[in-house]
Design a protein around this ligand. Structure first.
Ligand code: ADP
Ligand code: MG
Length: 321
């Protein structure tokens, strides 16, 4: 079966005044195409920096720190890995497991299913569910304690975090305007040289166009959608975001969820959490600093108070809330 990957968000890099030089770098990392664009010179070292981070967080590289750590019951990871695991565990608890970094057994089962193009059986799903659960992990003084068969999957949070780290690195190397795009997560740096912000479009779940756009000047935008990675079986679509409560691809009525925050961990983790359980929106909005745009299967658009999302698709309308 074919696995399909599409881009969920689009960003405009056009400049009203064409007098400023721009630079672009594209490479493959973290299972996605990474694109870095800057106004002015591209500093050396950006790609190398991302590749270093990939060696820590990759779930597929069998030599990554995360992969090796997943084999152990007790470990003392690097500060970088420990920090992201600890924050992700907190967010897993705050989202009541809608986002759960301990879902590695289940997501691994569904990754295999996508490769084979066949559904996993109920017994395997139940066995994998037993090996998930953020409440089964303990962290203390830089060490992590977990059941052996429980596997962390940072796939729903690492790209947002790395996008944030990458723009910070670019800023430290003298870039004052540009962006870094990691598939579902884009981080922007400052205004464009003409003073305008970056126009971010949310793609239509059903085609090539966009549902609408918002303009941002800083922060990270992450989108999770059911049309991003999926396979088809028996005429039905099975996407890659799993509801750990059922062990199945989530079916919350949300087709895509976009979260904007200055914190890349928050934007990426909450885009996944709200895709799985949109009823958490108000509770999480009171607790974290973010804005969100949810596109539903009923062709409505749910937005938080200050999202400033402009709907351009004629067949979509704001949701009554
Ligand atoms: P993207 O593919 O753009 O990273 P997400 O941020 O939503 O999209 O992350 C999806 C990935 O996260 C999946 O490929 C899987 O590895 C993992 N994942 C799937 N479901 C969950 C979940 N409920 N909680 C945490 N991680 C998940
Ligand atoms: Mg995510």
């Amino acid at each position: 079966m074919k696995k399909t990957i599409t881009v969920l968000i689009v960003i405009s890099f056009l400049l009203l005044c064409s007098c400023q030089k721009t630079a672009k770098k594209t490479f493959f990392a973290l299972d996605t195409v990474v694109e870095i664009k800057t106004y002015g010179e591209m500093p050396d070292g950006a790609e190398e920096y991302v590749k270093e981070l990939e060696k820590v967080f990759s779930k597929t590289d069998t030599k990554s720190e995360l992969y090796l750590q997943n084999e152990k019951e007790e470990s003392t990871p690097s500060k970088l890995l420990y920090g992201l695991i600890k924050r992700s565990l907190d967010i897993s608890a705050d989202t009541k497991g809608a986002f759960d970094i301990t879902s590695g057994a289940l997501t691994g089962l569904w990754d295999e299913a996508a490769e084979k193009g066949a559904l996993p059986d109920a017994e395997s799903i139940n066995a994998c569910k037993e090996n998930c659960g953020y409440e089964k992990v303990r962290t203390e003084n830089g060490s992590v304690y977990k059941p052996k068969d429980l596997k962390f999957d940072l796939g729903a949070v690492a790209k947002g975090y790395i996008a944030e780290l990458t723009v910070k690195k670019l800023q430290s190397l003298g870039v004052s305007s540009g962006f870094a795009s990691f598939g579902g997560s884009i981080a922007v740096i400052g205004d464009k040289p003409d003073g305008s912000g970056y126009k971010i479009g949310v793609r239509s779940p059903d085609g090539d166009g966009v549902i609408g756009y918002t303009v941002i000047r800083h922060g990270i935008v992450s989108t999770s959608g059911d049309y991003e990675r999926y396979f088809e079986y028996g005429g039905k679509r099975y996407h890659h975001i799993i509801d750990t409560a059922t062990g199945m691809p989530s079916q919350s009525g949300v087709r895509s969820c976009t979260v904007i925050s200055d914190d890349g961990t928050v934007s990426d983790a909450l885009s996944t959490a709200l895709f799985v359980n949109p009823s958490l929106l108000d509770e999480l909005y009171g607790k974290y600093d973010f804005e969100a745009v949810l596109i539903t299967e009923n062709k409505t658009v749910i937005t938080t108070a200050n999202a400033e999302f402009v709907i351009t698709a004629k067949d979509y309308s704001p949701a009554d809330r």
